[in-house]
Ligand binder design. Structure first.
Ligand SMILES: *[C@@H]1O[C@H](CO)[C@@H](O)[C@H](O)[C@H]1NC(C)=O
Ligand SMILES: *[C@@H]1O[C@H](CO)[C@@H](O)[C@H](O)[C@H]1NC(C)=O
Ligand SMILES: *[C@@H]1O[C@H](CO)[C@@H](O)[C@H](O)[C@H]1NC(C)=O
Length: 364
């Protein structure tokens, strides 16, 4: 009786949720998930080569990178970028809004735990029916699957597991990324040393540039000693794409220890390069961009000034980097160090570096 009731209830939830979640989705995009393959130890290992895979999900695009450790000690890196299209852009925009926030793990107390159960029950029911846990999960998974097949066909491997980095958006939660990974048939790995809910773009891109990573990563003790020696610095992390301008004033030493609270961050999905058209004149647009770039620094005038400016995004705006440079030099009176290469793939490369260093003890 109880079991029947439970099953009926579940079926009802699945039915209702499908109706609500996929109103505009054709049946063909609801592909069944790719079956989870047996997993190797800590890295994807083929013919004596180790492949460490990282993904990043950013405002208007996703990227994937593979670091290949060859048996002769050489390494190589392969990276791919995929522009997610209008639906992906809409999902990321929605997840950047305060109004999209909801309770999600990790919980502060058991009140939150219980308050979140209805949402969790729906997600679990959808997953049990081999469906994406939410509409957002489906859209994120489509980008992951596309990147996955590009990397797999380029390298002739089958991706088993990866570290996932993503934009630090107020309403993008670990379970969204974790469920999108699972739906794409990839094991979600929490990297060793992670403190935040998931790997945010700033930490991953910083590592992608080779900062905040220990050299002796095969030896945990040596790695920990190196980590303690790493100086803490303030960086300004600026993401600029077709759809968004985000700015964070981040304190960082070891890459995965990035301290990036919401109050030292702005997410603006109406200031990407596509928005220029909607301004009556370009000058007004650039004035808003400048005010946003400097807004955290002006709000916290006594906070240490950034010594590095880390730039990510697809930079469709062309002149953006010159504009950012002159804005920062004028504001600081000196030229900070700019990291402006590889703006689309730096975060995925950093995620692959974290994967290469292995999972945390509590990784699922
Ligand atoms: C690949 O990873 C395994 C397990 O961590 C390790 O024993 C092996 O030395 C690695 N091989 C290369 C070429 O890095
Ligand atoms: C950017 O270029 C520098 C110098 O060539 C290099 O050391 C660094 O790794 C590059 N960054 C990325 C993310 O590839
Ligand atoms: C984005 O910037 C524009 C122009 O400065 C501003 O009007 C808008 O309120 C900002 N949006 C958010 C979400 O902060």
């Amino acid at each position: 009786m109880f079991v029947c009731g439970l099953l009926g209830w579940r079926a009802m939830i699945v039915g209702i949720s499908l109706f609500h979640l996929y109103p505009a989705t054709s049946a063909s995009s609801l592909n069944p998930p790719i079956g989870q393959k047996p997993l190797f130890a800590t890295v994807n290992e083929v013919h004596g080569y180790n492949y460490s895979i990282g993904f990043s999900l950013q405002s208007s695009f996703g990227a994937a990178a593979a670091i290949i450790d060859k048996f002769d000690g050489q390494t190589a890196t392969v990276a791919r970028v995929f522009h997610g299209g209008a639906e992906y852009e809409r999902v990321m925009t929605r997840l950047s809004l305060e109004t999209s926030r909801h309770i999600a793990p990790p919980y502060d107390d058991d009140g939150q735990f219980w308050a979140d159960q209805p949402r969790k029950v729906v997600r679990e029911a959808l997953k049990a029916a081999q469906l994406p846990a939410s509409y957002e999960v489906l859209i994120l998974a489509q980008v992951i699957q596309r990147l996955r097949s590009e990397i797999e066909s380029t390298l002739g491997i089958e991706i088993q597991e990866a570290v996932f980095a993503a934009s630090h958006l107020v309403a993008l939660y670990q379970d969204d990324i974790q469920d999108a990974a699972a739906y794409s048939g990839i094991k979600y790995v929490i990297p060793k040393g992670l403190h935040d809910p998931f790997v945010w773009e700033t930490a991953a891109a910083y590592a992608g540039h080779g900062f905040g990573l220990c050299k002796h990563w095969q030896d945990d003790d040596a790695c920990a000693d190196e980590g303690k020696q790493m100086p803490s610095e303030t960086i300004l992390a600026v993401h600029y794409s077709r759809t968004a301008l985000t700015v964070s004033l981040t304190v960082i030493s070891q890459a995965l220890w990035a301290w990036e609270p919401d109050y030292r961050r702005v997410e603006n999905f109406t200031l990407g390069s596509d928005s220029i058209k909607s301004y009556p004149n370009r000058e007004d647009y650039w004035t808003d961009v400048k005010d946003t770039i400097l807004s955290i620094n002006t709000q916290f005038p006594l906070f240490p000034k950034p010594g590095k400016v880390l730039v990510t995004g697809d930079l469709d705006g062309g002149d953006f980097i010159d504009f950012l440079r002159s804005t920062m030099e004028e504001y600081l009176g000196t030229a900070p160090h700019f990291l402006t290469n590889d703006t689309t793939t730096a975060a995925a490369k950093g995620a692959a570096q974290f994967m290469r260093r292995g999972p945390a003890a509590w990784s699922p």
